[in-house]
Write a protein that binds this ligand. Structure first.
Ligand SMILES: [Zn+2]
Length: 137
């Protein structure tokens, strides 16, 4: 697991602390605007639809589809060398927002735009878990 530990580990900010707390519990949290009903990711101070400040955290279904992806074949550093080839994708969540993540537990050649996926979590450290996606079961 030393390769995992050598990778940059996310650091929570005031805007993202709740998101990372949810991820640690293996819950995918996104923001919901109480004023207009908009869901958004990544975390922000204002609603991107109405500029309102009445944002709450809700648990996303964890389901989505692949909007776009790439297969990484050349590691960006030695820490990622054991991982290649791997898939980085833009996942359109069922609630609307898109998020960039890894697609795991699938042959990279089998990944397609439109593929239905579901969230799962990788525990990178005792304090940080990261959402990734796998083909929906
Ligand atoms: Zn809004």
């Amino acid at each position: 697991m030393t390769d995992i530990l050598a990778k940059p580990v996310p650091v929570a900010s005031p805007e993202t602390a709740e998101y990372w707390s949810g991820a640690k519990r293996h819950e995918l949290l996104i923001q919901h605007c109480s004023s207009c009903g908009h869901h958004q990711f990544y975390p922000r101070v204002l609603c991107t639809a109405c500029s309102g400040r009445m944002l709450t955290w809700v648990r996303a279904s964890g389901r989505g589809t692949i909007r776009s992806y790439t297969v990484v074949r050349r590691p960006v550093s030695e820490a990622y060398a054991p991982d290649v080839p791997y898939v980085v994708a833009l996942v359109a969540l069922a609630e609307g927002p898109s998020m960039m993540s890894r697609i795991v537990a699938i042959d990279p050649e089998a990944v397609r735009i439109g593929l239905a996926v579901e969230v799962t979590f990788q525990d990178w450290t005792d304090a940080v878990s990261v959402p990734v996606f796998r083909a929906a079961g």
